[in-house]
Design a protein around this ligand. Sequence first.
Ligand SMILES: C[S@@+](CC[C@H](N)C(=O)[O-])C[C@H]1O[C@@H](n2cnc3c(N)ncnc32)[C@H](O)[C@@H]1O
Length: 367
Amino acid sequence: MIIPIKPWLELAESANGVKGSSFERGMVASGVYLTADAEQEEMIRDSSALFGSNQEPGKADRMEFYHEPIMAAEILSYLQPIDGKQILDGTLGGGGHTEMFLREGAHVIGCDQDANAIDHATRRLASYGDQFLPVRGNFGQMDVLLASHGVDSVDGILLDLGVSSRQLDDISRGFSFRGEAALDMRMDDRADFSARDLVNEWSEEDLIRIFREYGEERRAVRAAKAIVAARREKVIETTTELVEIVSRVIPKVGPKNPATRVFQAIRIAVNRELEVLEDALEKSLQVLSPGGVLAVISFHSLEDRMVKQFMHRRSNPFIDRPEWPEPRENPDYALSLPSRRAISPGEEEVAANPRARSAKLRVAVKV
Ligand SMILES: C[S@@+](CC[C@H](N)C(=O)[O-])C[C@H]1O[C@@H](n2cnc3c(N)ncnc32)[C@H](O)[C@@H]1O
């Protein structure tokens, strides 16, 4: 289905926008903002329901069809990916958003650090020929990646952050606690630092910090101490070993695996997801052409806060301080914001796609 594009201003003001979304209502939904671990739980539940809970490695190839692009209508209306525009999809994944852009006529540079995602999307989108350029790399280096393909600037950038359902469902990647695999969790298998290195080498203090900050795990100290004690006996090699160690000190409450938040935190740290996002936001200003649009979908409160602060800091033409006689020009001014608030998916989308529940979209236009 091709979703008709409307200019974002028109759609934001329209009473016939996306049903139930905060985009339509012009406000953030007051519903629960699930943390990232809850997102992971939802995705796992979703795919387990469809495919059974014990996926063999390699089966992920068949699974892309349920990875609906998040907030499709909102993304289309802000990015306006019409013929003649060039869009950077920094998180190609299964190619869902990219295919939407291609259908509308835009040229798309689809970047992903995961070789499987690039292979899959290249096959899926082959019929678009020169309109689609797959590029393996990290969106934190988008300036270098684009330059290496002779691209100076783009009209839009999309970052749909985090891990894909394909990555979670491929047990061999070590992202999931649902099956036995080597502790890996690298989105980019060329990286030389894996979950195994982190779990066996990081100090207790660093483990506590990431479990607290990235996993929002209340029992961070207990989990870290248990890991440090266990690794004195033997190197922790597999996902099931880690689950077993963490489960000894974090009781199971409800259907959630006790190691969910610990896994989440390790994944974010292994892939340096927050540091990379910070770099990417800065670099987006370099590669966006004037009038170009940056859209970021986040699933974790730390990510959303980073995007919000970045966009707000650069969207005020003037800054003021009590000690100044008058406001001064903001040297960081670079963006205008269609909405200062995050846009949440509509009720229908959340009902149809559990992964959407914790999504927050923020959009900025380069001035
Ligand atoms: C949520 S999925 C994107 C799904 C995609 N929008 C779709 O519609 O199919 C996120 C993807 O971004 C990739 N990714 C995450 N961080 C990245 C980074 N720093 N650089 C490049 N790719 C990244 C992951 O490997 C994953 O394939």
